[in-house]
Design a protein around this ligand. Sequence first.
Ligand code: FEO
Length: 409
Amino acid sequence: MIHTISEGVYCLHADIQTGDLFEGIWPVPQGVSLNTYLVRGEKTALIDLVRDWTGAPQQLEAKLSELGCSFADIDYLILNHLEPDHTGWLGDFFRINTRAEILATPKGIKLVRAFYGITERLREVKDGDSLDLGRGKVLRFIETPNIHWPETMVTYDEDSGTLFSCDAFGAFGVLGDKVFDDQLSPDEHAFFEKETLRYYSNIVASFSSFVEKGVQKIRERNHRIRCVAPSHGPVWRKDPEAIINRYLRYASYAGGKTEKEICVIWGSMYGNTGAGVDAVIRGIEAEGVPFSSYRVPDENVSYVLAGAYKSSGLVIAMPTYEYAMFPPMAYVLDIFRRKHISGKTVLRIGSWGWAGGAKKEYEAALEKLSWTSMDSLEWQGRPDSETLERLEAGGRELARRVLGSREAL
Ligand code: FEO
């Protein structure tokens, strides 16, 4: 099926359904799409490519064929971003197509050489440069560094008002035959909203200030954006502002403008810390604050990141294990540090058996996290009724802080 954005502008996508991890880290149980775009004037440009992943080049080839085109017919290959999910098949493309020029930012061109050993038919493009394809099709390049790597740019089609944004404004999840936002049901929109947040928190969140700068830069250029066409997830032709504003909202989470929600992240060996978690949740519920709950290591950190990133408050619940933190939680906290999950109000609780140690290591970890942490609530063995009351009160206090109340207990 051909997905036409406007005359001469087409979305070609490959749906990837695999047990592989995205970037070797993040699970994609509902898959991910690799979107590329064909723009035809007198000359033909392909915007972004694919990696050789579950038949993506063959899926792309079949779609080109429906348009009466082949890889050999491409005059220009525009690479907005060099991460190999969009470029892994470049060496094969370059052998099949013996004339196309490859366009990227100067940093992108360096990566073409470094990753693929290609030294010919390369053209560096700079911020504001354009490419005239003829028949009124002019593509404009806008550098958007660090969304999400230093070499990234976006490409704007002045004729159709389409912004080809590569990773920016993307989401996990395959598309099937529904590529455009106006084709999705409410349930499908809800699915992609969740998978956009997970994608953003996993991949983009560390670069949120650059997202804000990038959007501002694009807006200052007075380009009228009629369609946002990312390289993962739906194409937004009906309501392009919806995905731009969603990204800006997610970027604002990094600056502390989070949702008044609590994310409970917990691990338990024999149910003693788990019993404490139940008491904390009773306190949160009593204050009426929405919360989500993730047990580690059962839940992959990819999902934990999404829940924590948007929430003002966190509960970190873990027992002591070998005089230190429960190892799956240590991993989660390390990922949080690397992903700059900052500005949270946090309650940490946990049981210990023979000796403590989690508290000490947690407090050392806190030095690298910009969090406001309440005092740890710890106990030996199973929580008694007095401890459960303290834990419930801790949950209430955290909930009040999240709501903006600083009432003393
Ligand atoms: Fe979709 Fe940064 O690659």
